[in-house]
Every structure is written in structure tokens, then in C-alpha cells.
Design a protein around this ligand. Structure first.
Ligand SMILES: Cc1cc2nc3c(=O)[nH]c(=O)nc-3n(C[C@H](O)[C@H](O)[C@H](O)COP(=O)(O)OP(=O)(O)OC[C@H]3O[C@@H](n4cnc5c(N)ncnc54)[C@H](O)[C@@H]3O)c2cc1C
Length: 279
């Protein structure tokens, strides 16, 4: 027998918070591409009620605010892949969005859902980690900003408290001349990543002044590769320095064997992606 849920479609954040307060067992739903699959597979207990965010217009905006881009939680992967501001300023994020699922999934899958679902394999997260994004979280009473690197607690677990909604992602514009990219591999074109790596590099006089590396699908949560970053900062980007960083990256991830592939192969992918991105 299929489970039945109440389905609410508030038009304001205030109404969404009220519904969450009235039905503490309710779950938020955005695109539903993660949530509905998990409900159907009965990985999640029936929530009693679903509160859709899709009719709250303020969650959908992508805005340039001076030195920062504010990406609304409801921005779809398709929009992130093609928005002129995002493709120009945050190419690694646009590239990850282009690779997420197939066209139908990209049209409904949202940025907020990709982050809040807290999958170790979430493709949009490594680029946002190298851009040092912060997550805007709001409840009826409070607004807080959390560095994305502190947002995840474990697979499927975040620092979101009851009644809180991830409303936007705040991304500082990379410095002029910064270069960034994202590489990932699935078993087939439309598959979760076996591993994904994002990189951002700034150079001054041929020396790497800032390096940011992050990976997904190779640890319980998407993570920064800080030891690999440390191999690069203050160094010229020679093939030796790149090789040291790639080896450090492969050593600091903690991948698992699963149905998709082996831990060993995931480590190799991280090493190869770091090398290719830096080269
Ligand atoms: C066929 C298929 C292919 C896929 N391919 C990929 C892929 O290549 N890469 C990848 O990363 N993912 C992939 N996914 C997973 C999924 O599409 C993405 O993670 C997507 O971004 C989730 O967004 P959503 O809006 O659909 O989230 P939903 O399913 O609506 O929500 C996911 C979770 O986040 C919570 N949530 C959603 N929005 C908010 C919010 N604003 N505030 C607080 N909590 C919130 C929900 O309560 C739920 O727990 C795929 C899924 C399918 C079905």
C-alpha cells in the first residue's frame, strides 16, 4: 500500500515556517528528485506532510550583490548551468550543474536540495567549497550564515535545526584572474559521481597565491583537500608541485568500496583530477 502525505504549497516563507511549526513531522520538498526517490524506496519514514518551497518566489532569485553572488535555494541545476552571472564568475559551479543528472532532472533539481540532502556525492558542493560559499539559513525567529564547510555532519546529516530553511547560498566573487574548474566521473553519463574534484587557483608573478581544492564521493561528506592546497600555496605551479598536490589529495580522502566502484579507483580519480585541473 502506498503512503499518503498531506501536501502544502505555501507562497511565503512565513507560511512555510508556520506549517513546519504546526506539523513538526513535515519535510520540506523542493524539486523532489532526492526526496521522492528515498520515500518511494522507503529509505525514509513517511513524513506525514510535505511542505513545498516551489511557490515561494524570493527563494528563486540569483542576484549579483557587489563582491558577492546570492544564489537562491530554489535555483535549478539547469539555471545554474546557463545563468550568465554564474557561468562568468563561477565556472566550476556551472560545469557541475551541467553534469548533474539528465535534462529533466536538471530542470527541477535545486541548489538547496543538493546541499540539504547532504549526499557525499553532491556535485554542486565541491565547486561551492572552493569558492568558500556560505549558506544562509532562516527560521521564523533567526537568520544565520554557516560556512558550507561546516554545514555537513555526516551522510544525510546537516547542521539544520527544526524549523530552519536553507534560503540561499552566498558566494564571494573570485578575484580577477582566478581560474576554477570541476571534473567528475560517473559509470555512465547519468550517474552519481564516483568522484568529483573542484579546484580554484590564483597566481601572482607565476607563484600560486591561493589554492582551493575540494572533492565529493570520496569521504562521508564533501570536503576541502587542505593538505593538497598547502602543497601549492607559495609555490610555482611546476609539474613537481602539481604531482605533490595530487598525491596529497589522494592520501587525504577516505573513500569506500560500494556498488559503484572501489575505494582504490576513487583515490586514483582524485589524483588524476587534481593533476588535470592544475595543469
Ligand atoms: C536520475 C537522477 C540523477 C541524479 N543525478 C545526480 C547527479 O549527477 N549529481 C548530483 O549531485 N545529484 C544527482 N541526483 C540527485 C538530485 O537530483 C540532486 O541532489 C538535486 O539537486 C536535489 O534537489 P531537489 O530540489 O530535487 O531536492 P529534494 O529532493 O526536494 O530535497 C532533498 C532534501 O533536501 C531537503 N531540502 C530541499 N530544499 C531545502 C531547503 N531549501 N532548505 C532545507 N531543506 C531542503 C529536503 O527536505 C530533502 O531532505 C540525481 C537524482 C536522480 C533521480
Amino acid at each position: 500500500m502506498s503512503a499518503k502525505y498531506e501536501y502544502y504549497k505555501p507562497r511565503t516563507l512565513e507560511d512555510a515556517w508556520r506549517l513546519l511549526a504546526e506539523a513538526p513531522q513535515a519535510r520540506l520538498i523542493a524539486g523532489g528528485t532526492d526526496l521522492l526517490v528515498r520515500l518511494k524506496k522507503r529509505v525514509l519514514a513517511p513524513p506525514g506532510a510535505l511542505v513545498s518551497l516551489r511557490s515561494i518566489p524570493e527563494l528563486a532569485a540569483i542576484e549579483a550583490r557587489g563582491a558577492m553572488l546570492r544564489l537562491g535555494a530554489l535555483a535549478s541545476a539547469a539555471r545554474l548551468a546557463s545563468d550568465p552571472e554564474v557561468t562568468a564568475a563561477l565556472p566550476a559551479l556551472a560545469r557541475a550543474a551541467q553534469w548533474l543528472g539528465g535534462a529533466q532532472i536538471r530542470n527541477v533539481a535545486t541548489l538547496g536540495g543538493n546541499i540539504a540532502n547532504a549526499s557525499p556525492a553532491a556535485d554542486l558542493v565541491p565547486p561551492l567549497l572552493v569558492y568558500e560559499a556560505r549558506v544562509e539559513v532562516r527560521s521564523a525567529k533567526e537568520r544565520r550564515e554557516v560556512p558550507l564547510s561546516d554545514f555537513f555532519r555526516g551522510p544525510g546529516e546537516t547542521c539544520l535545526r527544526p524549523g530552519e530553511i536553507l534560503t540561499a547560498v552566498l558566494v564571494p566573487r573570485p578575484a580577477e584572474g582566478a581560474r576554477s574548474g570541476y571534473l567528475r566521473k560517473g559509470r555512465v553519463r547519468m550517474d552519481l559521481a564516483l568522484a568529483g574534484v573542484a579546484a580554484l587557483v590564483e597566481r601572482r608573478d607565476d607563484v600560486c597565491s591561493r589554492a582551493r581544492l575540494a572533492a565529493c564521493a570520496v569521504a562521508p561528506v564533501p570536503l576541502r583537500l587542505r593538505r593538497a592546497e598547502a602543497q601549492l600555496e607559495g609555490e610555482r605551479l611546476t609539474s613537481e608541485a602539481i604531482e605533490r598536490a595530487a598525491a596529497a589529495a589522494a592520501a587525504e580522502v577516505s573513500p569506500i568500496d560500494d556498488v559503484r566502484t572501489s575505494a582504490e579507483y576513487r583515490r586514483v580519480l582524485v589524483q588524476v583530477f587534481v593533476r588535470r585541473l592544475l595543469a
